[in-house]
Design a protein around this ligand. Structure first.
Ligand code: COA
Length: 432
């Protein structure tokens, strides 16, 4: 495909002369699409974007911010392909273009017709120009698409103009603020993450995040920044429970049921929640009331090749250990086979994240909102425990309970884990 370098002139801007350039949106070397904004002009009444008349690559920029230009001024040289040129004729001097609507505050501020005489849909001045925030039409459109009220954005451009990155930074800061009852709470403002070209430091590869990671990542981020987390650590002596579990495993092997410590932990958590109802609760939308649940549905984090999924085991208080073990195996198999319907991930009251099959001694799980607590389980190991004037080897299970400090006090959390550990130490307490 042949290529040629072609001039871009300012198309017809009506009676305006010597209009200052206030923003240049492209750089030499940029590949631009037809109709993409190249620069913004500002009269005393309105701002106007000059769009690219054809797709191509910017070769030279003939103006700079602050220059005053008029209809027909040469602004750029762009390389176009023959194919692109065929679709859109080269920029012509203004006399050959369709006249643009005159720009007055009471009339629409027309996005400039490209040199191809294509007049883009007019942007209503009254609709977009608040009189407070100054921004180019393209940045106003960008803000509108993101639902940003430009009057709330502090502009960093010339004369306080709002640039595209001002809008992006405003959205980033807003997203990381705590959410109230459907609204934004002020107070937190964070620096935007720097954009780093890692390739400068060595070889890299870009791997897109899975769909599940993107969805769960957004939820984890929200929960981490909006919920005041505390994690209470404890240990449960599960020596006797393990003896019982191994015995049960022998009995149920013929039925194909494998009982892991997790089934006992599920049951022990619910037994403990029955004694501490605030752990089976959610804050209501106003944040002023606690909704106490009378059912016991427990979410269990399952590690899948595509990311974390949290199926929910329902009515745990009504089920025995073997039944829970069977359901856990079925739900985690479904999660790993991507066959888990959304309904089986809803309605959880409390979550358990078990890394016990892998390793580690403690961690800080993130609360799965709107729940108010989550139990992290690490790998049990034999430890010397001082009992009756002697150290004896006991199998100790590490527990890490993260809780929402708006709802649960530290003392309640310590009571919860202490009771949970007692239940796991002596599983006859399930029956109490
Ligand atoms: N301490 C010691 N051993 C443990 C243990 C613990 N706390 N928990 C499990 N085990 C053992 C099991 O008994 C089993 O042993 P075996 O194969 O000798 O019988 C082995 O570890 C593997 O167990 P696993 O297959 O993981 O079963 P599970 O019922 O414990 O866990 C899932 C099921 C679905 C929760 C688990 O497979 C999983 O995905 N965990 C990761 C969750 C996660 O990623 N959380 C992070 C969120 S931040």
């Amino acid at each position: 495909m042949s290529k040629e370098i072609r001039p871009i002139h300012v198309p017809d801007i009506g009676d305006y002369k010597n209009v200052p350039v206030i923003e240049i949106m492209v750089q030499v070397g940029d590949a631009v699409a037809a109709e993409q904004s190249l620069l913004t002009l500002e009269t005393d009444k309105a701002t106007m974007d000059v769009p690219a008349p054809f797709a191509g690559v910017v070769k030279e920029i003939k103006v700079k911010v602050g220059d005053a230009i008029s209809t027909g001024s040469l602004i750029m040289m762009m390389e176009s392909s023959a194919a692109a040129a065929a679709l859109a004729p080269a920029s012509q001097p203004p006399q050959s273009t369709a006249p643009a609507a005159p720009q007055t505050p009471t009339q629409p501020a027309t996005v400039l017709a490209s040199a191809a005489s294509k007049v883009a849909a007019p942007l209503s001045l009254g609709e977009h120009f608040t009189g407070k925030a100054h921004a180019s039409p393209s940045n106003r459109k960008f803000a509108r698409e993101l639902g940003v009220d430009l009057s709330r954005v502090k502009g960093s451009g010339i004369k306080g103009r709002v640039t595209k990155s001002d809008v992006q930074n405003f959205v980033k800061a807003a997203l990381s603020q705590p959410q109230g009852a459907g609204g934004m709470l002020g107070g937190i403002s964070v620096l935007a993450m720097p954009v780093i070209n890692f390739a400068k430091f060595g070889e890299i590869e870009t791997k897109p995040l899975s769909r599940i990671k993107k969805i769960s990542g957004a939820n984890l981020h929200r929960n981490w920044v909006t919920i005041p987390h505390i994690t209470q650590h404890d240990e449960a002596d599960i020596t006797e429970m393990e003896i019982f579990r191994k015995k049960l495993n022998e009995e149920y092997a013929a039925q194909g049921i494998k009982i892991t410590p997790l089934a006992f932990i599920l049951k022990a958590v619910v037994t403990t929640m029955q004694l501490f109802p605030d752990f089976n609760a959610s804050l209501d939308a106003s944040g002023e009331n606690l909704i106490l649940k009378k059912y016991f549905h427990i979410g269990v984090a399952v590690d899948t090749p595509d990311g974390l999924m949290v199926p929910v085991v329902r009515d745990v208080e009504q089920k025995g250990i073997a039944q829970l073990a069977k359901e856990l195996a079925e739900l985690s198999a479904k999660a790993r086979d991507k066959k888990l319907p959304a309904t089986e991930m809803q309605g959880g009251c409390f979550s358990i994240s078990s890394l016990g099959g892998i390793g580690g001694t403690a961690f800080t799980p993130i609360i799965n909102a709107p729940e108010v607590a989550i139990l992290g389980v690490s790998k049990a190991s034999m430890k010397p425990v001082y009992i009756d004037s002697a150290f004896v080897p006991r199998l100790m299970l590490p527990l890490s309970l993260s809780y929402d400090h708006r709802v649960i006090d530290g003392a309640s959390a310590a009571r919860f884990t202490t009771h949970l550990a007692q239940v796991l130490t002596d599983v006859r307490r399930f029956a109490l």
